[in-house]
Every structure is written in structure tokens, then in C-alpha cells.
Design a binder for this molecule. Structure first.
Ligand SMILES: Cc1ncc(COP(=O)(O)O)c(C=O)c1O
Length: 374
């Protein structure tokens, strides 16, 4: 070998005898083969990996890890929550089909459904999911899917999943549930009969605000379709992000336990406060807790801008579910794409702050909000 060849091909032996405690990161865009027949064996199903866009061990681990917790046959990881939602929807719906979604959706999902799916020739009706009649009135011949969130963003309405699954079953429809806010720690929609569960794994699944990722879970039949969509739409998750997601997932229970308990204490401390109109915090979600998000609607005359500057160590960030307590302003961020009249109908107000409660000492969290209010 001459210098430049040696420079590129210096030895990097693949270790086979040493067993790393943590899974190595397969930071590679493709996998190599001994010969052409060996490459052909991928297409015969004898090998799992060929090209990272079509599958990678770290990415697949994350899909499988979440599928196991959700009680599903298979899970597919992708580059974001929205790409996972799209892959799940396209596993069920095609051009000419119709979907019925709850009207109190995360703003990005609303935008995906109202604009992008429309361009795919898939129509979506947004209805009040608290009314069985409204859902049933909207069912058409080409309806294929009922779509909802287990705990809605930002009003934290807890969906009656049993009721939704019943309606779907009686009309031969599939159901898909965004379980981002609840996580399988609190709610497992497949156990209730949902066909597809989606996550913005950017949130509690990964848990540390350092990765963008999404997951869909469901039957092997549906998930093979969803994986095909992720692969061909090119919305696959990178290996390192898959690895980070897996690392975060390991502490999901611990984080959720502490975050739910802290959120319960914060919600209690804010209820009835003279400077707050309304505290939104769910009840009776699960024996494990009621979630880690608290939404508050500030009283008239209290400036959201001023309040947001008095929160000391609490960051203002347009995301949620990290280990640090943070706040966001839904009207300015997550619900910006939702038309004003729809926001008003839903009750997403200009004076609303959504608090994502972290793992700090509960007393410090309560104190920082009480101080800001006073
Ligand atoms: C409930 C819910 N679903 C889906 C998404 C989209 O996830 P991502 O930002 O990872 O695409 C979000 C993002 O905030 C969300 O809150």
C-alpha cells in the first residue's frame, strides 16, 4: 500500500470476542458483504441489514424497546414524531380515503393532516371527540381511521380510548393514538384495542431534550407497511439518535414516576391561586400517576410575558418532557398553526402557559412558580 491508500485503509478490526456492556453505535450508512451471494442473502431475508435508510440495529432497538413497553408486535423508529405519525397514517390510508381526527390535536399534527395529507388526496375531518354522535355522524364510506391523542396537548383532556375503539370496531375502522404525553408508563392503548400507537420520542421516550425521534407501534402487518414508508420517504432515524433514544428509554419509569409526582404537587399548589383562572391537570389517568404536564390559564391582567421572565431557572422552550422543568406558550408555538377560531373554540387561550414538570426537588418547583406569581 502506498501512503494515501494506507491512510484510508488503516486497520479497524471488527471485534468479535470482546462484548461491550452497552450496544455499540452502528454509525454507518451501509453494511458490507463478503461477496455478491452474501449481499443477495439480505434480499432472501437471511440478513437483517444492508443500507441504514432501510434499517439499522440502533434504530431498530428503539422501535423494539417501545413496542415491548406498549405491548405491540413491532415498532418502527423514524426521524421525528411527525414522520412517525405520517408513516402510521400511510400504513392505513391512501389517496381517496378519509380520516376522522380529534379537533384538539397538537398543532403540527393538525397542520400535517389539514394541509399535507390533503395534498396526498387523503381528507381529514376534525371533530369533538367528547361526542360519540359527532364522530359517528362524520363516518363515510371511505373513512378508514379514527385518530386521537391519549392525553391532549395543551388542555390535557384524557381520551376515552375504550369508547373510540368501540366506535371504530363497529364500523370496521382502524384506530391510531398519539401516546406522547402519557407514555406506556401511564397508558397502553394497544391493551385497549388501538391498532397503531405513535410517539414523539423527542419527548418522554428519549427524555433529555437531545434527540428528535418518533415511533409507531402495532401489528407486524401494519408496521412492515409503516417501515416501508419511513424507508422510501427517507424519514429514517440516524444510528446515534437511535442509540441516544435507547439510552433515554432505560430511565422512562424512573423519570415518569418523579415527574408525575412533582406535577401532582405543583398542580395542587397552583389550584385556587388568585392570579390563575384555571389549572389543567388530569385526574385518574392511571394508578402510576396523572402525567407530568400542568397547563395554567393566567388571570386577567397578569401578563404572560412578565410571568415568563420571573421564573428564575425555569427555561422557556418550545418542547416538553425533558428532565428539567420548562414552560412554553402554546398559542405562540405548538398551536400557532391552528386557526384562531378553532383555538378559541377549543379553549386554547392567549393567557395559557404549559408547564413541563421535571425531576428537580418538588419544593423548588413549587417555590419558583409561587414566587413568579407573587
Ligand atoms: C403530542 C405530540 N405529538 C407529536 C409531536 C411531534 O413530534 P416531533 O416534534 O418529534 O416531530 C409533538 C411535538 O411537540 C407533540 O407534542
Amino acid at each position: 500500500m502506498r501512503f494515501q491508500t494506507k491512510n484510508v485503509h488503516f486497520p479497524q478490526k471488527m471485534e468479535t470476542s470482546e462484548v461491550s456492556k452497552t450496544k455499540p453505535i452502528y454509525q454507518t450508512s451501509a453494511f458490507s458483504f463478503h461477496d455478491i451471494d452474501d449481499m443477495e442473502s439480505y434480499f432472501e431475508g437471511k440478513k437483517s441489514y444492508m443500507y441504514t435508510r432501510m434499517g439499522n440495529p440502533n434504530t431498530d432497538d428503539l422501535g423494539k424497546g417501545v413496542a415491548d413497553l406498549e405491548g405491540a408486535e413491532m415498532g418502527v423508529a423514524s426521524a421525528s414524531g411527525l414522520s412517525a405519525i405520517l408513516a402510521g397514517v400511510l400504513a392505513v390510508a391512501k389517496t381517496g380515503d378519509h380520516i376522522i381526527a380529534t379537533e384538539d390535536l397538537y398543532g403540527g399534527t393538525y397542520q400535517l393532516f389539514a394541509h399535507e395529507l390533503k395534498d396526498f388526496g387523503i381528507s381529514v375531518s376534525f371533530v369533538d371527540y367528547s361526542s360519540r354522535e359527532e364522530i359517528e355522524d362524520e363516518i363515510r364510506e371511505n373513512t378508514v381511521l379514527l385518530y386521537t391523542e391519549s392525553i391532549t396537548n395543551p388542555l390535557l383532556r384524557v381520551e376515552d380510548l375504550e369508547g373510540i375503539v368501540k366506535i371504530a370496531a363497529s364500523h370496521g375502522l382502524k384506530t391510531m393514538v398519539d401516546n406522547t404525553f402519557a407514555t406506556p408508563y401511564l397508558i397502553r392503548p394497544h391493551e385497549i384495542g388501538a391498532d397503531i400507537v405513535a410517539h414523539s420520542a423527542t419527548k418522554y421516550i428519549a427524555g433529555h431534550s437531545d434527540v428528535s425521534a418518533g415511533i409507531v407501534t402495532g401489528s407486524r402487518e401494519l408496521m412492515v407497511k409503516a417501515k416501508g414508508k419511513v424507508s422510501i420517504l427517507g424519514s429514517n432515524l440516524g444510528p446515534f439518535d437511535g442509540w441516544l433514544g435507547c439510552r433515554g428509554l432505560k430511565t422512562l419509569s424512573l423519570r415518569m414516576e418523579r415527574q408525575c409526582s412533582n406535577a401532582q404537587k405543583l398542580a395542587r399548589s397552583l389550584e385556587g391561586h388568585a392570579k390563575i383562572n384555571n389549572v389543567f391537570y388530569p385526574k385518574a389517568v392511571s394508578e402510576e400517576g396523572n402525567g407530568a404536564i400542568v397547563t395554567i390559564d393566567l388571570a386577567e391582567g397578569i401578563s404572560v410575558q412578565e410571568f415568563s421572565t420571573k421564573l428564575d431557572w425555569v427555561k422557556i422552550v418550545p418542547t416538553l418532557a425533558g428532565v428539567e422543568t420548562s414552560i412554553t406558550y402554546p398559542v405562540g408555538t405548538s398551536h400557532r398553526p391552528v386557526p384562531k377560531d378553532m383555538r378559541e373554540k377549543l379553549g386554547v387561550t392567549d393567557s395559557m402557559i404549559r408547564i413541563s414538570v421535571g425531576i428537580e426537588d418538588a419544593e423548588d418547583i413549587v417555590e419558583v412558580f409561587q414566587k413568579a406569581l407573587s
